[in-house]
Write a protein that binds this ligand. Structure first.
Ligand code: F3S
Length: 372
């Protein structure tokens, strides 16, 4: 990979963190046959929950010492920073998690603690990004038309510190062309869950049989990236680059329908983190009824701050609106037997990460189950 004189100097930097970050980027570039580095507008860092990274990750992070070149945002941690006791998080976990967060704060990373950074700091069409968080990556590429590969936590940190990322994959226009037409019926999160297993790293071109709101596209993308390796899709007539390429000849159909499952003792919504519009929808679906089961909704703290009335109304009906974390990355959900979700991503990861049984339903049936 070609490096400029300045980039070569960073490889020899006296600052060990800068040197390591350049080494990470060069290794990634060479593994993917990138010809050069490219400047990025922002980085989004995953691998924040102490539950995921453990003591090894914490030690690696605590040794980092450098300034950021571009704004960086942070994925959810393992607990709500204010209501962690209520979630059932113990002191030891709290302390370790706070040590992780202290590192990011010291580095100058924005403490967004959300997987939907695009609700807070929306990239523009064509921006090159270094994002690690599979659901946000699909959203950025597909729905915004920004460009990012599927970065890891360390490569996103390296990009934030160097301000660049290797130029390959989704950064290059021709690699963004669709490779297969997929006709979709039914629930989109369920369809994404099923389609991801088959599509792996294809770039699907979706055709829907109805009009589809952005929130459903978000759930579709998150599910595709969880069961497969999808980094981008096009949706006919909807997403910004759908007209830019020839329509592929290969075709398949998928129906999003998952039925049955266990009797939930916890209902969760907000994977990816809920938007203000989703919070409003939950409130209107509740129609003033109080919940009779544990009902946890996850969203960004900034979204809570800007929608305090809405959150208050939900809380008055017994809904717990948690921030900074989610049902998958927090150990708090492990104590339940059966968790209900409206997310294909949570459906995929909860049994593996939290060892719980899972029931799937759309947002409406999640709310109905919570009040029943
Ligand atoms: Fe976000 Fe957690 Fe789902 S990080 S996409 S809510 S698994």
């Amino acid at each position: 990979m070609y490096l400029t004189k300045d980039e070569e100097r960073l490889l020899e930097s006296e600052n060990e963190t800068v040197r390591k970050c350049m080494e990470i980027l060069v290794a990634e570039g060479e593994a993917n046959e990138a010809k050069r580095l490219i400047e990025v507008k922002s980085a989004h860092i995953s691998g924040v929950s102490y539950d995921n990274i453990g003591d090894g990750g914490l030690e690696w992070l605590e040794n980092l010492d450098a300034e950021l070149k571009v704004p960086a945002t942070l994925n959810p941690a393992g607990m709500d920073l204010e209501r962690w006791r209520e979630m059932g998080i113990d002191e030891e976990f709290y302390e370790k998690q706070m040590r992780v967060l202290k590192v990011f704060e010291r580095l100058g990373v924005k403490m967004t603690l959300t997987c939907t950074p695009y609700y807070l700091l929306k990239p523009e069409f064509g921006d090159h990004l270094a994002w690690a968080e599979s659901s946000a990556i699909v959203y950025a590429n597909s729905i915004i038309g920004a460009r990012t590969n599927r970065e890891s936590g360390p490569s996103a940190i390296a990009a934030a510190i160097i301000g660049k990322i290797p130029y390959y994959g989704m950064h290059i226009k021709e690699n963004r062309a669709p490779t297969i037409v997929v006709k979709v019926r039914g629930d989109l999160a369920a369809a994404g869950y099923e389609a991801g297993k088959v599509l792996r790293d294809e770039v699907p071109y979706f055709i829907f049989d109805r009009s589809v709101p952005e929130e459903e596209l978000k759930l579709l993308g998150a599910a595709l990236a969880a069961t497969g390796n999808t980094v981008m899709f096009h949706a006919e007539g909807i997403t910004p680059e759908w007209k830019d390429f020839d329509v592929p000849e290969e075709k398949m159909e998928v129906e999003g329908r998952i039925e049955g499952g266990c009797e939930p003792d916890l209902v969760t919504v907000g994977c990816p983190h809920a938007s203000p519009k989703e919070l409003e929808t939950i409130l209107s679906l509740l129609r003033g009824r109080k919940v009779k089961r544990e009902f946890w909704v996850f969203t960004a703290r900034e979204v809570v701050r800007k929608n305090q009335d809405l959150v208050k109304k939900l809380e008055e009906l017994g809904v717990k609106v948690f921030s900074d974390t989610c049902m998958v990355v927090s150990p708090a959900t492990s104590k339940f037997e059966c968790v209900m979700v409206n997310s294909g991503k949570a459906l995929h990861y909860l049994p593996k990460n939290r060892k719980v049984n899972v029931r799937f339903g759309d947002l409406k049936s999640c709310v109905e189950t919570a009040v029943s």
